[in-house]
Write a protein that binds this ligand. Structure first.
Ligand SMILES: [Fe+2]
Ligand SMILES: [Fe+2]
Length: 150
């Protein structure tokens, strides 16, 4: 069923996806641990894109995607603890946005399991990127103020 379609769309898309989801320092929020985690996700997107362009072994893609989802779950938890610890004023709404991101990531994985790995990667990377630029970026001014006050 979806596997052959996924393979066809993936051949054209892997390299393009890999280059459209590149880390740049404009994504930095100003905390080394959080930024290192975020950077790592862009590495995963490249790995997934390369895998999609390669023999596109579904088992390898499933494994890699599972690793990424596990790491994303850890990151979201660690980030919430960090936000609690620093007294970030929007932690509650940030938590809600993490729930949404987790759901989006799971939905992307389901699409991948259906054979549409390029679409799955595009959805996952877009969701993570949007979360970083629209939600995590709100930490930047808060961290800048709190670190200046130290
Ligand atoms: Fe976040
Ligand atoms: Fe984050």
């Amino acid at each position: 069923m979806g596997a052959s379609i996924g393979k066809r769309d993936s051949l054209a898309d892997g390299a393009r996806l890999g280059s459209s989801f590149q880390w740049h320092d404009g994504f930095l929020v100003g905390h080394d641990g959080v930024d290192a985690d975020h950077k790592r996700f862009f590495g995963y997107f490249s790995d997934l894109a390369r895998e999609i362009d390669g023999p596109a072994d579904p088992a390898a893609l499933e494994h890699l995607f599972t690793v990424v989802l596990g790491d994303l779950g850890q990151h979201l938890m660690a980030e919430e603890l960090f936000l609690d610890a620093i007294g970030f004023p929007e932690t509650a709404s940030h938590r809600t946005s993490h729930l949404m991101l987790s759901e989006q990531a799971k939905a992307a994985f389901a699409i991948g399991l259906d054979g549409e790995w390029a679409t799955a990667l595009r959805l996952l990377a877009t969701s993570v990127l949007e979360h970083i630029t629209e939600e995590d970026s709100k930490m930047r001014p808060f961290l800048a103020v709190t670190s200046a006050a130290e």
